[in-house]
Design a protein around this ligand. Structure first.
Ligand code: LLP
Length: 434
């Protein structure tokens, strides 16, 4: 069975089987029966093939290449372990992400800690963990050095305005909260060198979900120029240039996928050209979305259909389960799990159970006629899906299931009422009136 025109083709590992959606041969309806909804279902195979494709694209062009998985995209320890098994290090943005990466077997030397506006306590924790530290501002350096000396240090550079990627996902330019301009950062490199730190790196992260390969050429050129400038002030080639994340994936059928080989070719060519001589320079990438986004669907169940114009279909997954549509107006494809066989379909608005008018999963979606109990699958939900889920409206967060070589297994259980109140002291709980 094939979905109608205009619907995003499913990534490998997903498919239509016996009239319904399946992942790695397991029917999504069966998984929903077994584990309940809403449910995040992830394909191990798809994560592995994303990781291999990425590694090959870069390593073939830059042998001293390293992939650091951006743990914030999905910090489930099973996923981090899987990516470690594929050879990834970790890009961490909080003390807990460092702990998760370490317990997934990532050595401290393959972890980069990039915190925006970290407290001294957090900086101290990163120093104790022995990870490489990426500072957002050179003025943080004296504060860091009062606590201790990192072995490996980099600065996050703001390359100036970028038009790449969706508007809410641009992190560079004037007024952005991230990074330092190159001239400003050079002061930090001088001070770091004077303080005896020899393993220095460069980092930039101008935007996320970028589908144009040209953008990565610009990132490579910027990093190359920065490598030369840092060499000028420190007298040595930095150990690594980290191009951040940003590799995009298509969320809708009208989007052309990123040409990964072209992006890798442009990035590495520009870095070599502008950063010469680059012998000994490692190239790092910190992808989150590219590795996990299309590995996962979110299964939800229709709770009610309110007739009207347009009809509004309620589901048990809302902005508390998947925040991206409400927060960024992000588009996610929505598939009927039982297939497209039930008539011509009509355009509906999909919403969740949250008391906010922005709790919308999608508008104008042409779907077959739906009734309470029917299942829907929200596509491309693996990056910034569960990791941005909340307990808003005092709703337990969903379960996560990983489907792969060991069958389908729960990698995070569904929260319960007790979980919601775990941090409330018992004395504050009152007595249930029976
Ligand atoms: N490195 C750093 C320092 C980052 O801040 C990020 C993402 C990444 C790597 C990974 O970027 P990626 O490869 O995923 O583009 N919540 C948004 C995305 C925010 C990304 C924040 N930083 C979303 O739902 O699309």
């Amino acid at each position: 069975m094939t979905p109608p025109r205009g619907v995003l083709p499913l990534p490998e590992s997903f498919g239509w089987r016996e009239g319904g959606l399946a992942v790695e041969g397991k029917s999504l309806s069966d998984l929903a029966e077994r584990f309940g909804t809403p449910l995040y279902v992830t394909s191990e195979g798809r994560i592995r093939s994303n990781a291999r494709r990425l590694r090959t694209a870069f390593r073939s062009r830059w042998p001293a290449h390293r992939v650091l998985y951006a743990v914030k995209a999905n910090s489930n320890p099973a996923i981090v372990r899987l990516l470690r098994d594929e050879g990834c290090g970790a890009d961490c943005s909080s003390p807990s992400e460092i702990r998760i990466a370490r317990s997934a077997g990532v050595p401290a030397t393959e972890i980069l800690y990039t915190a925006a506006y970290p407290s001294e306590e957090e900086l101290g924790g990163a120093l104790d963990a022995g990870v490489a530290i990426n500072l957002d501002d050179p003025d943080l350096l004296p504060r860091l050095l009062r606590i201790g000396h990192p072995t490996t240090l980099s600065f996050r550079l703001n390359p100036g305005r970028t038009d790449a990627g969706p508007e809410g996902l641009r992190f560079a330019g004037r007024g952005s909260k991230f990074g330092a301009s190159l001239p400003r950062a050079l002061k930090g490199y001088r001070e770091a060198r004077a303080a005896g730190i020899t393993e220095l790196g460069l980092h930039t992260m101008p935007g996320s979900n970028v589908l144009s390969a040209e953008h990565f050429g610009r990132v490579g050129a910027f990093l190359g120029k920065a490598v030369r400038a840092v060499r000028r002030v420190t007298g040595q080639t930095p150990r690594f240039a980290d191009a951040g994340g940003g590799l995009g994936v298509p969320y809708r059928s009208t989007e052309r996928p990123l040409d990964l080989d072209d992006a890798a070719a442009r990035l590495t060519t520009a870095l070599r050209r502008e950063g010469e001589p680059t012998d000994g320079l490692e190239l790092w990438n910190e992808p989150g979305r590219y590795l996990v986004a299309d590995s996962t669907v979110l299964i939800c169940r229709v709770t009610h259909v309110k007739e009207g114009s347009p009809p509004i279909v309620g589901t048990d997954a809302g902005m508390q389960t998947l925040l991206r549509p409400a927060l960024y107006g992000a588009y996610h494809e929505i598939y009927p799990v039982a297939g497209y066989g039930k008539g011509p379909g009509r355009a509906v608005t999909l919403t969740g159970p949250i008391c906010e008018n922005t709790d919308i999963l999608g508008r104008g979606r042409r779907l077959p006629s739906l009734a309470p109990g029917d299942l829907l699958a929200v596509g491309t939900a693996g990056a910034y899906g569960f990791s941005m889920a909340s307990q808003y409206n005092t709703r337990p967060r969903p379960a996560e299931v990983l489907v792969g070589s060991r069958g389908a297994r729960v990698i995070r259980t569904r929260e319960t009422y007790d979980d919601l109140l775990r941090s409330v002291p018992a004395r504050e709980m009152g007595v249930v009136a029976e």
